[in-house]
Design a protein around this ligand. Structure first.
Ligand code: BG6
Length: 514
């Protein structure tokens, strides 16, 4: 056992993951600290990093929000959220030591005096805690506030590294804009204040272990890449299905919908990773260069293509896992005649040498029968079947991103008996079984990467804009074309019939939600 391994907590040893080299000490300023994201995702992620020896023993977390609160009250809230749903996989380990690193700072996001105070507070933390002047600003507020915070960080001088040996970085949550123009404007504002190398636009899907495993599968193995093209692949299906409804986020979701909320970000990220060429090295610039080429090669959605290739849906009342649930229009905060889509299915074509003619079918929706995120690659069938009367199923390579992380490959095998009957069987890699531990929360991976200064799994200004450029014409076309009669799928189903028709018109069908 390395001396580092021996010095980390039992929990980190048992989970078999910890940071080999401790990260730089730093102060993390979390804007929007009293919000839902901070409580449900960010605090647990930081806690996870702390107990796995990834945060320097001297880090400080400064929660910044408008609500007045004492440090102790903030710590109590953090304790409550960590013990409620935050300690995923870390149950029973809530260690008061982590809470001692938390402090609270109340201020208005556009009040320059508050930022002057924040600067003094950070200087004081540097002196007391030896944080080396390193600062990470995390924007977890509603997106309308981002420009004001960025401007104030610029004016107050906090956006610049404090010394030549320290760093200042900013993580910006999605949604990054609500169309290409607003994303461009936000990029301009951010880049007036920060250098691109300081900016980390987060899409938490990129932090999921199985998403990163896709890159390892493709580029760390010799056997898949030769098959990874139009000669062997029939089509690709990417599914991000949720059984949850809109929960308490109607105010945001009503003006976002599934296209903005999931397709523009998470699903297009997955598409880029499936379709990209091998980067020269696994570093931010080469990886991001390859990803953006995919977005630039996707056939644009003209109005006639939208009508043929994109389906939208909205859930009505129904039953999910035996429990009756309301329809979208009956959810608190949703307009009774809302035309916001909670489901999208679409066909996408990547016009390049590798993928020409291979359809990618994407689908996402809320209140579907099962939560399931997967990337499924359907290979072409054997060109000739020598086994008389036997139908041979295509081979599937399926990357299960959640809930059961793993990869499986299906193929035909002879069923026992004197007859020649072919049955599909699978070879499975299950993350938990192979590594003896659940995967790390995506947010923990990404915050850790940011502290280490590694932007590989974050989005660059040009690719955020390119993703918007793709979906904008679809949204525009929907604005001119009234929504189909909504609701058009029952909660707990697999989505609207039109989605099945979309894929069936090309003699294919969706994989059932498991
Ligand atoms: C968020 C969306 O980005 O991702 C949510 O805003 C969605 O609507 C969530 O529920 C899904 O993330 P995950 O990690 O639960 O698949």
């Amino acid at each position: 056992m390395s001396s580092r391994a021996a010095s980390v907590s039992e929990k980190a040893q048992a989970d078999n993951y910890f940071c080999e080299v401790p990260n730089d000490p730093c102060a993390i300023v979390m804007f929007g600290a009293s919000g839902d994201l901070a409580r449900r995702k960010l605090l647990p992620a930081l806690y996870d990093l702390a107990i796995h020896a990834c945060l320097a023993p001297r880090f400080r977390l400064l929660g910044f929000a408008r609500t007045e609160m004492t440090d102790d009250a903030f710590r109590d809230e953090a304790r409550e959220s960590l013990s409620k749903d935050g300690a995923k996989g870390n149950e029973g380990t809530l260690d008061g030591d982590f809470l001692k690193h938390l402090q609270y700072f109340s201020g208005n996001y556009d009040d320059s005096e508050a930022y002057a105070r924040l600067g003094r507070k950070l200087d004081q933390l540097d002196q007391q805690g030896g944080l080396g002047g390193n600062r990470l600003f995390y924007l977890a507020t509603p997106p309308e506030v981002y420009p004001r915070i960025v401007e104030q960080l610029g004016k107050s001088g906090l956006a610049k590294p404090k010394t030549k040996d320290s760093w200042a970085r900013i993580i910006i949550e999605k949604p990054f804009g609500h169309d290409r123009d607003s994303a461009q404007e936000l990029n301009q504002r951010v880049l007036q204040v920060f250098d691109e190398s300081q900016v980390y636009r987060i899409d938490h899907y990129l932090g999921k272990e199985t998403v990163q495993n896709l890159l390892v599968l493709r580029f760390g193995n010799g056997i898949f890449e030769p098959l990874w093209n139009r000669n062997y692949i029939d089509h690709v299906q990417i599914t991000a299905a949720e059984s949850l409804g809109v929960e308490r986020r109607a105010a945001f979701y009503e003006s976002a919908g599934a296209m903005r909320d999931m397709i523009q970000s998470h699903v297009l990220q997955l598409t880029s990773l499936v379709a990209m060429e091998a980067p020269a090295t696994f570093e931010a610039t080469p990886v991001r260069n390859e990803k953006i080429k995919v977005l630039q090669s996707i056939r644009p959605y003209r109005e006639d293509i939208v009508a043929k290739s994109v389906v939208r849906g909205q859930y009505g009342p129904g039953s999910v896992k035996g429990t009756s649930v309301a329809g979208y229009r009956e959810e608190p905060g949703v307009k009774p005649r809302s035309s916001t889509e909670t489901f999208v299915a679409m066909k996408l074509l990547v016009d390049n040498w590798r993928w020409s003619g291979v359809p990618f079918y994407l689908r996402t929706g809320k209140r579907l029968s099962q939560p399931e995120t997967e990337i499924a690659i359907a290979f072409k069938r054997a060109p000739h079947v020598v086994f008389h009367g036997e139908a041979v199923e295509p081979n599937w390579l399926v990357l299960n991103i959640q809930p059961d992380e793993g990869i499986s490959l299906s193929f035909g095998a002879k069923a026992p008996g004197s007859q020649m009957h072919i049955h599909p069987v699978t070879m499975d890699f299950q993350y938990r079984r192979a590594f003896g531990a659940g995967s790390r929360e995506a947010y923990a991976t990404l915050i850790n990467d940011c502290i280490r200064g590694d932007a590989t799994l974050f989005d660059r200004a040009d690719s955020v804009e390119a993703a918007w450029a793709l979906v904008d014409p679809i949204l525009e076309s929907w604005r001119n074309d009234p929504a189909p009669p909504f609701p058009n799928y029952a909660a707990g189903s697999e989505g609207p019939r039109a989605a099945d028709e979309l894929i069936a018109s090309e003699w294919r069908r969706w994989r059932p939600l498991a």
